[in-house]
Write a protein that binds this ligand. Sequence first.
Ligand SMILES: Cc1ncc(COP(=O)(O)O)c(C=O)c1O
Length: 398
Amino acid sequence: MSKSMLSKSLPVELGIELGQLEEDGQLRFLRTIGGPQQAHTSLNGRPVLLLCSNNYLGFANHPKLSAKACAATETYGCSAGASRLISGTMALHVELEEKLALFKKTPRALLFNSGYVANLALLTTLVGAGDVIYSDALNHASIVDGCRLSRAQLKIYRHGDVDHLGALLREGAASFKRRLIVTDSVFSMDGDIAPLPQIARLAKKYDAVLMVDDAHATGVLGREGRGSAEHFGLDYTDIDIQMGTLGKALGSCGAYVAGAPQFIDYLVNKARSFIYSTALPPAALGASLAAIDLLLEEPEHVQRLRYLTGYFRRGLEGLGITVGDDPTPIVPIVVGDPHKTMELSAWFLERGVFIQGIRPPTVASGQSLLRVTMSADLTSADLDRVIALIAERRDDFL
Ligand SMILES: Cc1ncc(COP(=O)(O)O)c(C=O)c1O
């Protein structure tokens, strides 16, 4: 058979693979939200309570963000028109980077089009062959991919285990040219917080660069929602590189990297996903600018998120369901079996509550879970309703 005949059979082969995924309970499909991203929205034409978004502060549909996004579009148009190094750097990019640096209390900040590409950029640019990366076992897929692409040697330490990290560093850190430790601050599926002060101490001891992914900490952790550094009382001399996203709690899209000027200038010169990609559009920049102002002017959003998180976690504890005690809005309820997880997700949806099931490879085999997330625009009455539904299926979670 000729090569072209073989490639024509590819759709059939892919169909077989998809069938296998379905049999294993791992087939993914898209669900379409018909209204804005907010606690009360619609799915398939029916009202639904959204309990799986990362819109933690309820900013995604906030009128102040929408107004500034519209104003930015009216003034600057719809597109940046080019990559940043060509002609895509607009006044709003500079304004947002300056605001982000102040917000993160770092010398400089640089925008990226998404958190995924920011992590790829950092890991493939700052380390390479002859270097070593120490990465938490549960780091986000974008970090995993960045590590793989970097060509540095990869050493994975057990999740949150500083003793294991210390042992790996002791074993042979000195034999590498550069050492980089990378961790999520808030783990995206488990919602727990990395022990950053201890990790930062190890980074100093072994002369390693510490890179922290604040995707789920930005707008969430710290008194003013500035992230994990604020939460732990650390700064950019402890955490060399803070990366965070604008599309989660901040209700817009894109990402930032914050740190010393040399990191930023180096990324501008070397990071391919920064250099070869059209810059963020004015609407996203306007929304992000408004989000940071709103966060600092109205700290009640962060406080409300924390209150609701505590309320929900206590409700589950009251049912005897163990969910861990980290004060983050990501509340995983482990089910184990992927089929069962999706059956439960569908059961909640039939009752007007959208909780997404998370299956391998996003979580380890046997660890499928319902990832419930809190948002500041929920009410305690909403949560009472959800807790009552969870109580009906309590036996499935014990
Ligand atoms: C921990 C973590 N890092 C990075 C990303 C990627 O961010 P973005 O969605 O902006 O690409 C995500 C998003 O899902 C995440 O959870």
